[in-house]
Design a protein around this ligand. Structure first.
Ligand code: FAD
Length: 487
């Protein structure tokens, strides 16, 4: 076989003329999920080989902020003075995951959260028992604990006592992901795990329906890697594959894809080619950022009808989701001079209009008469009492906007403001990482984790930082363990 095979068709083992090598567990992709799958499979006594298309491991996990969603009373939560329970964490994630939530995965994740914290520490991950309480996209310095979602939101806080659960490995600002992957790779280097870089997996190999290896391109040749116990797909999401985005998640098309260049969905396509079901494929994280500074949460989002549509203190992915949902995808933020002079405006939104009154702002920006001004009058009337009966913004951010001049900041996607996005769909897997067929039956020998699978994060609207790296590392371990025990 000399031509590149089609990922969407698994190859029969009897068509393989010569096997390049064999191992017990073959892990495809050396990011967060792959590193953890390999470490756990090796700890179970399996011979493990990891294949990575790039020249080094890391993947999107290394580019990430490194926040890991952990709770139920971790040593870092306790040291920072927060109490948390598994039940509150589970109730929160159930709401956050939305209608497509996988209750079994959420339950397993919350039950295993403290053990997972300990496991990460045992691999060498250092968490710093310092808390950052401001509104930010990550902890701005070396603090390891912060809020990362909508835990304090009205609906969420009624169902679950809020607690900060984003745990960033000790690292400056956004370096948490690079630090996490450097630590996991060091753990892999101490183990007998074999890592082969510059190796692209192209298609899975099956023997009467059981997955027994993968055909790869390495050193310019097609090589068959055999797997006695199983193949674990950990090759990331598909946001860089614009054809797949157009087909499965068209809502993300105009947003800016973020991740590593190999987020092309190859692992998902290979899984589909072997008979696996792909689910949750239309969901994605889409954000627009208006904080820091936290003072911008005192601003008021309006649509082109001059109406509010979201609580402005929410997590930025919820804001991005709702801004994109407005008619014409038009969204603006009203601020007064107190907020506007608060440097810096992280989001770099353009000023669309400035006015000495809301009526002037409304007229000059072209809103129908009595719309924006009425919205602001209502907002200010309740905010003066510390109330937001429409969207339940937390009273910490409720203040009448009454210091002119007022400005209208443009958060519409066509204004050029940054809307980062990545995908949340993937192969349908059991809680132990086995890939399911559309019928629900599992495919023998095939496992998946991280963004190759549909895991913990199922909803862009409910997303919290830490869900993805938490999911990739936690369920990567489970998939590696299950594969290693497969005989
Ligand atoms: C800027 C940014 C910040 C983020 N911050 C956070 C955060 O703080 N917390 C959080 O939870 N989430 C965060 N995320 C999301 C999170 O990083 C990812 O969803 C998660 O790390 C994915 O892990 P993974 O192991 O599935 O994939 P990856 O880490 O991307 O690993 C996949 C690996 O597979 C390799 N690969 C791909 N195709 C093949 C192939 N055919 N053959 C061999 N190898 C292949 C890739 O090169 C890559 O190394 C962030 C994302 C971005 C882009």
């Amino acid at each position: 076989m000399s031509r590149s095979p089609d990922a969407s068709i698994a190859i029969a083992a009897h068509d393989i003329a010569a096997w390049h090598t064999h191992t017990d567990v073959l892990v495809i992709g050396y990011g967060g999920a792959g590193a953890c799958a390999a470490l756990e499979a090796a700890a179970c006594g399996a011979e493990v080989t990891v294949l990575e298309v790039a020249s080094d491991g890391g993947g999107t996990t290394a580019l990430s902020g490194g926040q890991i969603y952990l709770g139920g009373g971790t040593p870092i939560q306790n040291a920072c003075g927060f109490s948390d329970t598994r039940a509150d964490m589970e109730a929160y994630i159930r709401i956050a995951a939305g209608a497509n939530a996988d209750a079994d995965k959420i339950s397993a994740y919350c039950e295993g959260s403290l053990e997972h914290f300990d496991w990460l520490v045992n691999q060498g991950v250092v968490f710093n028992p310092e808390y950052y309480g401001g509104k930010h996209t990550n902890t701005p310095e070396y603090q390891s604990l912060t809020w990362s979602g909508n835990e304090k939101g009205f609906r969420e806080s009624q169902a679950a006592k809020p607690a900060p659960r984003a745990h960033k490995p000790k690292a400056f600002w956004e370096d948490g992901g690079a630090t996490l992957m450097a630590t996991l790779k060091a753990a892999v280097a101490r183990s007998p795990i074999r890592v082969e870089t510059d190796t692209r997996a192209l298609a899975l190999i099956h023997d009467n329906g059981r997955i027994v290896g993968a055909l790869c391109r390495q050193d310019g040749e097609l090589r068959a890697f055999g797997a006695r116990r199983g193949v674990v797909l950990c090759a990331g999401g598909f946001v860089m594959n614009r054809e797949m985005v157009a087909k499965y998640a068209p809502r993300l098309q105009d947003a800016t894809p973020i991740g590593n260049p190999n987020d092309t969905g190859g692992g998902i396509l290979m899984g589909i080619g072997a008979g696996g079901a792909a689910i949750n494929m239309s969901e994605g994280f889409v954000s627009v950022i208006w904080y820091p500074a936290g003072a911008f949460c005192e601003g008021v989002f309006v649509n082109e009808q001059g109406q509010r549509f979201v609580n402005e203190d929410c997590y930025h992915a919820r804001g991005g989701h709702h801004c994109l949902n407005q008619s014409g995808r038009k969204a603006y933020m009203v601020v007064d001079s107190t907020i506007f002079t608060e440097p810096p405006l992280y989001a770099a939104a353009q000023v669309k209009e400035v006015g000495e009154s809301f009526e002037e702002l409304e007229r000059d920006a072209g809103f129908p008469e009595g719309t924006l001004a009425a919205t602001m009058a209502t907002y200010n009337r309740f905010a003066a009492r510390g109330e937001d009966p429409l969207f339940h913004k937390h009273r910490d951010f409720l203040r009448p906007l009454d210091k002119p001049p007022y400005a209208l900041l443009d958060f519409s996607i066509d204004s050029g403001i940054y809307y980062p996005s990545f995908t949340l769909g993937g192969l349908d897997t059991t809680v132990d990482g086995e890939v399911r067929r559309p019928s629900g039956a599992v495919i023998p020998g095939l496992y998946a984790a991280g963004r190759n699978a549909a895991g913990l994060p199922r909803s862009g609207e409910g997303y919290a930082s830490g869900f993805s790296v938490g999911d990739a590392t936690f369920f990567g371990r489970r998939a590696g363990r299950t594969a290693a025990r497969n005989s």
